[in-house]
Every structure is written in structure tokens, then in C-alpha cells.
Design a protein around this ligand. Structure first.
Ligand code: NDP
Length: 433
């Protein structure tokens, strides 16, 4: 805390990991201490901060902060998204980069952990302003990234449009067409299923959990928060698997749709028209719009927080339990506070942490890197089958690890211990660097 002042989200992410990996650390405590392994693991390899000047539509120069936190490359090139949101600061990107190390380790694919972004707010900006920002951002970032060095991707506020502008500028500056970003368009190096991967992967993990209990998603009620990339494809896959999803939300309010969310309409409003959820509610008979928070007050079997960090607190967890929730699976990164997580686990709710539950996105990003390296495209069926298998393998890995370390059913501990052991082993083998 003293070395990283005023970074509460980073402290929260580190605290959760350190507390849950205790059984794995204790077995090797002396050696890890001598190697300063935990100190090295919690200190980024590199933290880049830079100015991003760009010109708005009025001819006014605007200045934003740009960041890239290259946290750990013990397992492969740095990999992690770029977040564009006014709340972005170094502490938030350090928490996200730290989480990314462990998530990427769980995918079984050769990728290290990183995160970046800017306090730039894409909302309400014209396409030209978005392009001006992205080009300026890349004009600095390109010096530090590369297909075998650091491969950024999308995150909150960074979708296909932004990845396109970033890729174009990278190509122009380096004269190289290479897999330096993932989430690219399908015609120029992107992978099928990348757009859907995080939301689909989330449901594949929930499916694996339910299967282990002799259940499936058929007829289950699901509540989802968020209405962005992760939320939309979580809703779509949940419905394909037979569940009914009755909510979505954004930072202004939330929608209750008792007949089940109309995914085609949701995509049209959010992906094409780039409008708010009020537009969904007014176009959809039977759906109601409510200002503020409230998704977690709705009775549900399965809750999927897919918006942002710390959006599900203890009061929300209590309401979910009172309404009989069975499963909480994190589509977003660290959407559940530590108190809420502990409460849900104590109440016997199956809690799937983001590191495992939203790993499908970065897993397909790594598959995009593989396709770029061999200059081939794989079919939709092939990528989707690989994604489903990866999520099933993650479930097996975190379940057996939890059992092995005496914390059976604690998927947070299972995920943290399994990934920690992998990263720690690689760091030890590579010496003091
Ligand atoms: P998008 O920008 O596509 O959507 C984000 C959604 O969350 C929007 O509905 C947004 O509402 C809402 N939201 C954002 N900030 C807040 C806030 N402070 N309070 C309430 N609602 C908020 O992002 P993604 O769907 O890509 O990302 C969602 C989460 O999933 C993030 O935590 C991200 O890190 C995580 N994630 C994403 C992956 C991906 O592949 N995209 C992979 C793994 C994790 P509004 O429009 O009002 O801002």
C-alpha cells in the first residue's frame, strides 16, 4: 500500500490473490521469500505514461493521458486490452494488468499480462474525433508494442472501430502488417468468434459448472448487467442454451424485460445506432426502463455482472441471496467487491471469478495471434469448439486445484492458485529478472 499509494482497486486485486494463494505459498515460503517472488509478481515490468494530444471538431486541441502497463511476460508476449473511459487511471490499469497475468495463465495459451488505455471518453465523439485520438495514442504506443512483444486489444470503450484506427496508424508508422492488435476486422486479420468470445465463454463456463451438478441452463432465469460487448454476447449465448435473460443495464439505468431480452434489438440499439438503453425500452413492448442501479434486486437463478469493477456490493449480494440466486459468474473484471464475494461464498452460492469466467475473450485473442502467425483463417466451428474446450478445461483446472489445496468448491482460490503456480514456476525458471 505504501509503495502504490491511492490505488484502491490495485490493492483490492492483489489482496484477493495473496489471501487465496496462501496454501500454495506456505509450502515454498522460504524459497519464494528469498527470490522476492511476490514482490516481483506485484510490481509491473514497465509502466508507460504519455501525453495524447488531438484536435476536436471545433479545432480545439485536447490533451488526454495515455497508459500501458506491461505487467509480466513470463508466459508469453504481454497481452491485455485498452480501456477508454474517463475513470481510467494508473491504479485501475494496474489492477486490470495484474488480473490479466493470472487470467491469461488459465487459458493454457502462451500470453503474459498487460493493460492500457486512456481517460479519453469516446461517448458523444464523432468518428473523426475518435480517429484523431486513436492515431495520436498509437503514435506513442507503437514504440513499445509488436506481435512478439505486446499485443493490445479492446476493452471498455474500445471496440472494432477503435481497433481499426489503431491498427491503421500502427501499419502506417511501421510499414508492417502483423498481429500487433487483436479484435481486428474479419477481412484484415481478425478471428471469427472474437467479438462474441467473452460473453460466449462466460456461458460455457457456467454450463460446465451446472453440468458438474447434473444441471443445465434450460429454463433458468438470468440477470445481466452492462449492455456492451460482454453483456450482449452473454445474453445471446444464455438464450441459445435455453435460459431467459430478463435484464441489461448501462451507467444511467437498467431495463427489465420479463419476456426475455430481444438480442437483435439490443444489438441494433447498442452496436449500430450507438444509443442508450432508453431507446431499447421504448422500442420493446413489455420492457420497462429504470434510472440508476437495480439489476441485482431482480429474482434470478444466475447473475452475470458484465459492466465494470465493484458494481456488485454486499447489499446487492444480500438481495441476490434473498431471491434465491444459485450462481454468480463475473463477465466483467472484478465486478464484485471483496465483501460481496465472501458473503456469496459463505451462503453457498457458486461464485466464478472473472479471471476464469471472462477468460474466453483473451483466449480467442490468442487464437487470433496464432492465425496471424500462420497466415490462415480458421472456421467459426473450429474457433468456437476451441473456445468451449478451453472454458471446460479452465473449469476442470480450477475445480481440481481447489480440491487439491483443501478449499473444494472455492473457485476463486482454485483459479488464483492454479495460475499463480504456473506463473511463479516460469519466473523461477527464468531467473532474477
Ligand atoms: P463495453 O464498453 O462494450 O461495455 C461496457 C458496459 O458497461 C456498458 O454498458 C457501460 O455503460 C457499462 N459501464 C461501463 N462503466 C460503467 C460504470 N462505471 N458504471 C456502470 N456501468 C458501466 O465494454 P466491455 O463489454 O468490453 O467490457 C465490460 C467488462 O468486461 C469490463 O470490466 C472489461 O474489462 C471486461 N472484459 C471485457 C472483455 C472483452 O473482450 N471485451 C474481456 C474480458 C473482460 P455505458 O454505455 O453507460 O458506459
Amino acid at each position: 500500500v505504501q509503495q502504490n499509494p491511492a490505488q484502491p482497486e490495485f490493492h483490492q486485486a492483489v489482496k484477493e490473490v495473496l489471501e487465496t494463494i496462501r496454501p500454495a505459498v506456505e509450502a515454498n515460503e522460504e524459497r519464494y521469500r528469498q527470490l522476492a517472488l511476490l514482490e516481483r509478481l506485484t510490481t509491473p515490468d514497465r509502466q508507460l505514461l504519455f501525453r495524447v494530444p488531438w484536435v476536436d471538431d471545433q479545432g480545439q486541441v485536447q490533451v488526454n493521458n495515455g497508459y500501458r502497463v506491461e505487467f509480466n511476460n513470463a508466459l508469453g508476449p504481454y497481452k491485455g486490452g485498452l480501456r477508454l473511459h474517463p475513470t481510467v487511471n494508473l491504479g485501475i490499469l494496474k489492477f486490470l494488468g495484474f488480473e490479466q497475468i493470472f487470467k491469461n495463465a488459465l487459458t493454457t495459451l502462451p500470453i503474459g499480462g498487460a493493460k492500457g488505455g486512456s481517460d479519453f471518453d469516446p461517448k458523444g465523439k464523432s468518428d473523426r474525433e475518435i480517429m484523431a485520438f486513436c492515431q495520436s495514442f498509437m503514435t506513442e504506443l507503437y514504440k513499445y508494442i509488436g506481435a512478439d512483444i505486446d499485443v493490445p486489444a479492446g476493452d471498455i470503450g474500445t471496440g472494432a472501430r477503435e481497433v481499426g484506427y489503431l491498427f491503421g496508424q500502427y501499419k502506417r508508422l511501421t510499414n508492417r502488417f502483423e498481429g500487433v492488435l487483436t479484435g481486428k476486422g474479419l477481412a484484415w486479420g481478425g478471428s471469427l468468434v472474437r467479438t462474441e468470445a467473452t460473453g460466449y465463454g462466460l456461458l460455457y463456463l457456467v454450463e460446465a459448472l451446472l453440468a458438474s451438478q447434473g444441471q443445465d441452463l434450460q429454463g433458468k432465469t438470468v440477470t445481466v448487467s452492462g449492455a456492451g460487448n460482454v453483456a450482449i454476447y452473454a445474453v445471446e449465448k444464455a438464450q441459445q442454451l435455453g435460459a431467459k435473460v430478463v435484464t441489461v443495464s448501462d451507467s444511467s439505468g437498467w431495463v427489465y424485460d420479463p419476456a426475455g431480452i430481444d438480442v437483435a434489438l439490443l444489438k441494433e440499439v447498442k452496436e449500430q445506432r450507438r444509443e442508450r438503453l432508453t431507446a431499447y425500452a421504448s422500442a420493446r413492448e413489455g420492457a420497462t426502463y429504470h434510472d440508476g442501479r437495480g439489476v441485482w434486486t431482480v429474482a434470478t437463478d444466475i447473475a452475470l455482472p458484465c459492466a465494470t469493477q465493484n458494481e456488485l456490493d454486499l447489499t446487492d449480494a444480500q438481495a441476490l441471496v434473498a431471491n434465491g440466486v444459485q450462481v454468480v459468474a463475473e463477465g466483467a473484471n472484478m465486478p464484485t467487491t471483496l465483501e460481496a464475494t465472501t458473503y456469496l461464498q459463505e451462503q453457498g452460492v457458486a461464485f466464478l471469478p472473472g479471471k476464469a469466467a471472462n477468460a474466453g475473450g483473451v483466449a480467442v485473442s490468442a487464437l487470433e495471434m496464432s492465425q496471424n502467425s500462420e497466415r490462415l483463417y480458421w472456421s467459426l466451428a473450429e474457433v468456437d469448439a476451441k473456445l468451449r474446450q478451453i472454458m471446460q478445461d479452465i473449469f476442470t483446472n480450477i475445480t481440481t486445484t481447489a480440491t487439491e489445496y483443501g478449499v473444494s468448491g472455492n473457485y476463486v482460490a482454485g483459479a488464483n492458485i492454479a495460475s499463480f503456480l504456473k506463473v511463479a514456476g516460469a519466473m523461477e525458471a527464468q531467473g532474477v529478472v
